[in-house]
Design a protein around this ligand. Structure first.
Ligand SMILES: Cc1cc2nc3c(=O)[nH]c(=O)nc-3n(C[C@H](O)[C@H](O)[C@H](O)COP(=O)(O)OP(=O)(O)OC[C@H]3O[C@@H](n4cnc5c(N)ncnc54)[C@H](O)[C@@H]3O)c2cc1C
Ligand code: FES
Length: 260
């Protein structure tokens, strides 16, 4: 199935010190992407760069990604002007679970908030009750806070330096939530590995299913090069593991299976 397209940048909005929200016209991806999936975007480097899909508008043919500048590729992508045409590979990877999900807890850190927002909007459309917890370094690092507040049934923001929301991290916020508020929920989390590991331990203690979206350095994005492997437990032997491809077998995995 063809999954490489030309996409035209239609909006580029700076949203904090080092990040931008980019909206592309690409009806094929806008109509086929699902929450949890990602796209590979071209720049002048040899390899395309992967970004989680943040929003789609199938009627207008738009999809959006949030990009933090961390190196040359992301700096170049954030500087694209409307009208720029890029090559996009996607949608790639698997999706967050939706079947049997009757209540959702979404936990995001840093750029993990972007793909999480897509899952949140989807849950809202399906009238699934949501509790969102997003953690940032400080107020100059936040993204999509108003959007999360508007879309979530309950929303908590945390910051490491305490200048917005709860002073602390997402775990501090989760620990203060009563058991009656979380019972029956499925947890999905995207962010730094250390955060996702601790969120999955918290979910396991509470007996809640938990799914994480892993981020690995990627090259092909479609399962061919094996650059992006991650260790996943063997179902038969707790001490054995498989190498799975984050791009093609993931990026979403059941937290119980992940070897951190
Ligand atoms: C499935 C997936 C979804 C992603 N979604 C988003 C998103 O929604 N928004 C966003 O801003 N970024 C996202 N990323 C990360 C983004 O792809 C990288 O930041 C980008 O590729 C870096 O390119 P660069 O040329 O700017 O940096 P480089 O010059 O290649 O690297 C600069 C620094 O970033 C680190 N880095 C590069 N790629 C990764 C990576 N994949 N994971 C962890 N560290 C990396 C490098 O180790 C280095 O320290 C995602 C990555 C994956 C795999
Ligand atoms: S990036 Fe090539 S196999 Fe995943």
């Amino acid at each position: 199935m063809k999954n490489e397209y030309s996409a035209k940048l239609v909006f580029n909005k700076r949203i904090n010190n080092d990040s931008s929200l980019l909206t592309f016209l690409c009806p094929e991806i806008a109509s086929s992407a699902k929450p949890g999936q990602f796209v590979n975007i071209s720049c002048s480097k040899l390899l395309k760069r992967p970004f989680g899909v943040c929003e789609t508008d199938p009627e207008r043919g738009f999809f959006s990604i949030g990009v933090r500048e961390v190196g040359e590729g992301t700096r170049e992508i954030c500087a694209y002007e409307p009208g720029q045409v890029v090559d996009v590979l996607g949608p790639l990877g698997n999706t967050f679970p939706t079947e049997g999900v009757s209540k959702l807890i979404l936990v995001g850190g840093g750029t993990g908030v972007y793909p999480l927002y897509y899952a949140l909007s989807d849950a809202k459309k399906s009238s699934v009750p949501t509790l969102s917890v997003c953690g940032f370094r400080g107020s100059d690092d936040t993204c999509l806070v108003d959007e999360f507040r508007d879309c979530s049934d309950r929303f908590i923001v945390t910051s490491d330096n305490g200048d917005i929301g709860i002073h602390g991290n997402v775990l501090d916020a989760l620990k203060d939530i009563g058991d009656e508020d979380i019972s029956g929920s499925t947890v999905i989390t995207v962010g730094p590995d250390v955060m996702m590991k601790r969120v999955s331990e918290w979910a396991a203690e509470k007996g809640l299913p938990c799914f994480v979206s892993l981020e690995r350095r990627m090259a092909c994005g479609v399962g061919m090069c094996l650059v992006c492997t991650c260790k996943i437990k063997s179902p038969k032997d707790d001490h054995a593991f498989y190498n799975k491809r984050c791009c093609a077998d993931g990026p979403v995995f059941d937290a119980k299976e992940v070897i951190w």
